[in-house]
Design a protein around this ligand. Structure first.
Ligand SMILES: Cc1cc2nc3c(=O)[nH]c(=O)nc-3n(C[C@H](O)[C@H](O)[C@H](O)COP(=O)(O)O)c2cc1C
Length: 462
């Protein structure tokens, strides 16, 4: 229905108009009694295998709305009812700002991409608070915050702090957006000093609060690898909780859209299919460099369940959609969730099969098990009692060892399950304790700083 009727209708409008219409429609549905319930019935997929615990927060599923979709927090409850596990609103700036002149958002259908230079248009802090005062009804809301364009760089920390203080009670987590500024498109202004000037006042404020709000940092995909590493090191060495990677790219390589059309569109960040590879690469690099112990929200070019699998395999704990949702429609969230459930069920079936095979093998070779057990016992105890020939069938006792061997296999399967990209499904929560084995295996080549030496991260150890 979306692809055949609604999408052509929406795509006949300018993208901003279509977007406005969708937000308005969602708000209207939200006002109708039972409206959100109906959306939930139509779109949401619920299953224990989808649940995740990340930075101390329980998510019903790992698929969220990326920043920029609900910039003012107008429809966060309706978006959650459409099946999203969380909604990141914003970017919110302290003062309302109208952004760049229109047109400023463009579809690239041949590339399944969008280019935008909205310039952080939003209605400002006060309007967002008005929307966020509505009961959250269990919806997990992230607030993405940024400085006003007119604020000079030296006053940026004050803008971020103002937003953080005033939104603190309404947000479940924060994303500090340093990646939307034209000046820092390639991360050249992402120096450690500049990032910490923004983050430290937020950490100071948080120390005085009763409730902990995780702080994430959103980064650009155009950063060279050294800057990605610098950001990962900040994650290791400061109370920063995690990374949102990535924003749109300024890169135009490998596009199907003609050069003339691109020139006509002009400047802007590109999201969608051409971004997938770079976004996944950045997530993998940060995950590896940080030893796999810190939350990462993967975003950028997630158009299909396979893209989401790749992002989770690269080390993301949660994912967000924007352009994929525009091109594939509201069914995409359910499609991803069903794919993740199927993956988990397959994994569980394989683990059960491996366990059954191990048990069968142990039962089929009792004397072998008995011999092994006997020789093991002999090694352990200097003077073992000699087994009488009649005791051989008593490898009934030894069958016990066989069972243990079976258990060993089952445990092994369990570990493999929790250590893979879509960890934490079913009974095994996807907290970072599940990722510790990866840290131990030293994927990074660089020693990860042990969690105890990282100050003040209650959320990270969830
Ligand atoms: C029209 C549009 C507006 C956006 N606005 C914001 C924004 O205000 N703040 C932000 O952090 N990211 C913003 N983004 C970036 C997205 O959140 C996302 O990081 C990026 O588009 C890559 O994901 P995608 O490939 O799924 O689109 C915007 C993206 C688009 C397409």
């Amino acid at each position: 229905m979306y692809r055949k009727i609604i999408k052509p209708l929406l795509f006949s409008l300018s993208i901003e108009r279509a977007h406005r219409a969708v937000i308005l429609l969602l708000r209207i549905i939200g006002l109708i009694p039972g409206g959100r319930w109906l959306l939930h019935k139509c779109y949401a997929v619920e299953h224990p295998a989808l649940e995740r615990e990340v930075f101390g927060i329980r998510f019903a599923n790992p698929v969220g709305v990326a920043a920029g979709f609900d910039r003012n927090g107008e429809a966060f409850r309706e978006l959650a009812a459409m099946g999203f596990g969380f909604v990141e609103i914003g970017t919110i700036t302290p003062q309302p700002q109208s952004g760049n002149p229109r047109p400023r958002v463009f579809r690239l259908p041949r590339d399944r991409a969008i280019i935008h230079r909205i310039g952080l248009a939003n209605r400002g802090l006060e309007t967002s608070i008005r929307h966020l005062r509505k009961p959250h009804e269990g919806v997990i809301v992230g607030c993405n915050i940024g400085k006003n364009t007119a604020t000079p760089a030296e006053n940026a920390p004050a803008d971020y702090l103002k937003l953080f203080r005033n939104l603190y009670q309404y947000a479940d987590y924060f994303t500090v957006n340093i990646s939307c500024d034209n000046a820092c498109r390639d991360g050249s202004t992402h120096t450690r000093e500049q990032i910490l000037r923004i983050l430290e006042p937020l950490f100071d404020f948080r120390r005085g609060q009763n409730q902990y709000r995780p702080v994430m940092l959103k980064v650009s995909p155009d950063m060279p690898d050294e800057v990605v590493d610098r950001v990962a090191d900040i994650l290791l060495e400061t109370p920063l909780d995690g990374i949102v990677a990535t924003n749109g790219t300024y890169c135009r390589e490998g596009l199907q859209t003609s050069r003339e059309a691109l020139e006509e569109i002009g400047n802007g960040r590109l999201g969608g299919a051409p971004l997938t590879r770079r976004a996944v690469e950045i997530v993998r690099r940060i995950h590896t460099r940080s030893g796999g112990t810190f939350p990462i929200i993967g975003v950028g070019g997630l158009m299909t369940p396979d893209d989401v699998r790749a992002m989770l395999d690269a080390g993301a704990d949660l994912v967000q959609l924007y352009t994929g949702y525009i091109y594939e429609g509201p069914g995409l969230v359910g499609e991803i969730c069903r794919a993740l459930i199927a993956d988990e069920e397959r994994r569980q079936a394989e683990a059960a099969k491996a366990e059954a095979e191990a048990k069968a093998a142990a039962a089929a070779a009792p004397s072998e098990a008995s011999d092994t057990a006997s020789s093991e016992t002999a090694d352990a105890a200097p003077e073992p009692p000699l087994p009488s020939p009649e005791a051989a069938p008593g490898s009934g006792t030894n069958a016990g060892s066989g069972t243990n061997a079976g258990n060993g296999t089952a445990e092994g399967a369990g570990n493999a399950k929790s250590a893979d990209g879509v960890s934490g499904c079913g009974d095994i929560p996807a907290g970072h304790s599940e990722k510790s084995p990866k840290t131990a295996s030293g994927t990074s080549g660089e020693p990860a700083i042990p969690a105890e030496s990282v100050p003040e991260h209650p959320g990270k150890q969830a």
